[in-house]
Design a protein around this ligand. Structure first.
Ligand SMILES: CC(C)(COP(=O)(O)OP(=O)(O)OC[C@H]1O[C@@H](n2cnc3c(N)ncnc32)[C@H](O)[C@@H]1OP(=O)(O)O)[C@@H](O)C(=O)NCCC(=O)NCCS
Length: 177
């Protein structure tokens, strides 16, 4: 059986309350906030971050802290909106800036896909991404996600309207690598 918790350089671990301190520090970065979320891009307190991710540990949602080999908190991945009888769910990921562009996101998502399809037995995963987040789009397409549509003019930032793109991956299309 293939490991879905450990890759070469990253592990998926339980979200621990103290992880929120580091995740909140990542939010002192407006680019990170604007890549991750359509909410007003402002940093939250560690308490607010902790409460948000702890609420996602309820049945039907799954949250993992992404850790490096040394145990450092690199980011967070969430599976939410799961409809167990339909076998569908949504996925989101965010790593702190110092970890971008080095293949860590790819490693973490490969694990999450394995967990989603081989442990949760989901049939389909959905992910949304803003049209300006080219790094995330390249990564999702590399992993096999298919662009299925767009929420046109979903958000306005710096005076420009942007689409939120809808991507989906079916288990039958997924190549475990
Ligand atoms: C989006 C995100 C998760 C992607 O993760 P990432 O680790 O930065 O992405 P990766 O490194 O896996 O892939 C990006 C690039 O790194 C390159 N790369 C892959 N393995 C590598 C390695 N071992 N060493 C160096 N570079 C590598 C890839 O080729 C890719 O470059 P390319 O797009 O030019 O081909 C991350 O950038 C992030 O959290 N951003 C902020 C929040 C966000 O945007 N969340 C997603 C919202 S939809």
């Amino acid at each position: 059986m293939k490991d879905y918790l450990h890759a070469e350089r990253v592990s998926l671990t339980a979200f621990r309350p103290e992880d929120a301190d580091i995740l909140a520090a990542f939010e002192q970065d407006s680019e990170y906030l604007r890549l991750y979320d359509a909410e007003v891009a402002r940093p939250r307190t560690a308490e607010a971050v902790r409460a948000a991710y702890e609420s996602l540990t309820a049945p039907g949602n799954f949250v993992f802290t992404v850790r490096g080999l040394d145990g450092d908190v690199m980011g967070i991945v969430c599976l939410d909106g799961i409809l167990p009888f339909q076998g569908v769910g949504g996925l989101s990921i965010a790593l702190g800036r110092r970890y971008w562009g080095q293949g860590f996101g790819r490693e973490a998502l490969r694990l999450v896909l394995r967990f989603s399809f081989n442990e949760l037995n989901l049939r389909r995963l959905t992910i949304t991404v803003f049209d300006y987040n080219t790094r995330a789009i390249r990564l999702y397409e590399h992993l096999g996600f298919v662009r299925e549509g767009a929420f046109r003019s979903f958000l306005v930032r710096d005076g420009k309207a942007h689409d939120m793109l809808l991507y989906g991956l079916l288990r039958s299309e997924w190549h475990d690598s």
